[in-house]
Design a protein around this ligand. Structure first.
Ligand SMILES: Nc1ncnc2c1ncn2[C@@H]1O[C@H](COP(=O)(O)OP(=O)(O)O)[C@@H](O)[C@H]1O
Ligand SMILES: [Mg+2]
Length: 255
């Protein structure tokens, strides 16, 4: 498989002399196309910072980030905007749907921005909504949908452009357990059947156990990685819990 994402020696320092936080401290991470990887760690371990650097929302202090061989840290202005729109899909904890647009319009927006022909837009939106199990919500406004449906709508918006890399920060964080499971199940289908490459931050062990590989961050450094070989989610969950236990008190919020 081809390497899709290559992060090398990534460091992010916040603040000035006297009050400095090393949010990321020499992170190396590589994702092949088609992987589904989770990032776990206690609160403050640098998960969001890592995702924000990869999504170009934040700028690293030093280090390199390449997607398909293209260096992101040097991109500016229009090239950066284009890269974000064409190559990346984002799913956040609070899903940021536009209240004045229907689900259909929210999902279609990213395609319109890319100047996709109107005839294609309808097909793509309907197909993606179907995949995420919200085919019957397309005419609804966000306030007419449940939290879980809104989050799946946000996921549809993130993937409708078929981005090379889907980045998700605590996508199940605001959902009840049933809606979380539904979203996770859909993300797995997306990964397995569509070959979507997904990098997902979570502090939740169940959510992490749905990934194929989990990277653990501690104080801005990678301190462990687990791979789900064989495929059994429950066995993987137990492995994850063991690492979390090793980490001890720091990661109590995970359990
Ligand atoms: N904009 C910022 N300014 C200063 N410090 C920050 C900023 N963002 C994050 N940090 C600090 O960087 C560290 C990592 O934060 P973050 O990446 O949000 O952790 P996580 O997502 O794992 O909870 C924390 O110590 C946090 O306080
Ligand atoms: Mg965070």
């Amino acid at each position: 498989m081809a390497e899709l994402l290559c992060v090398k020696d990534l460091t992010k320092v916040y603040g000035k002399r006297g009050a400095v936080t090393r949010a990321l401290d020499g992170v190396d991470l590589s994702l092949e196309a088609g992987e589904y990887v989770g990032i776990m760690g206690a609160s403050g371990s640098g998960k969001t910072t890592l995702l924000n650097c990869i999504s170009t929302i934040d700028r690293p202090t030093s280090g390199s980030i390449q997607v398909d061989g293209e260096e992101l840290t040097g991109l500016r202005g229009r090239a950066l905007t284009r890269f974000r729109r064409e190559r990346l899909g984002f799913i956040f904890q609070d899903c940021n749907l536009l209240d004045t647009l229907t689900a259909f319009e929210n999902i279609a927006l990213s395609l319109s921005i890319l100047r996709t022909p109107a005839a294609q837009i309808r097909d793509r939106v309907e197909e993606t909504a179907e995949l995420l199990g919200i085919g019957d919500c397309l005419d609804k406004y966000p306030y007419q949908m449940s939290g879980g449906q809104q989050q799946r709508c946000a996921a549809a918006r993130a993937i409708v452009t078929r981005p090379a890399l889907v980045l998700a920060d605590e996508p199940t964080g605001a959902l009840d357990s049933k809606s979380s499971r539904l979203l996770l199940e859909r993300l797995e289908v997306l990964n397995r059947e569509r070959g979507a490459t997904i990098l997902m931050v979570t502090h939740d062990a169940f959510t992490a156990s749905c990934c194929r590989r989990v990277v653990f961050l501690r104080d801005g450094k990678i301190f462990a990685q687990l791979e789900r070989d064989g495929g059994d989610r429950r066995a993987f969950f137990q492995q994850i819990i063991r690492v979390v236990t090793q980490l001890g008190g720091e990661m109590e919020d995970v359990l």
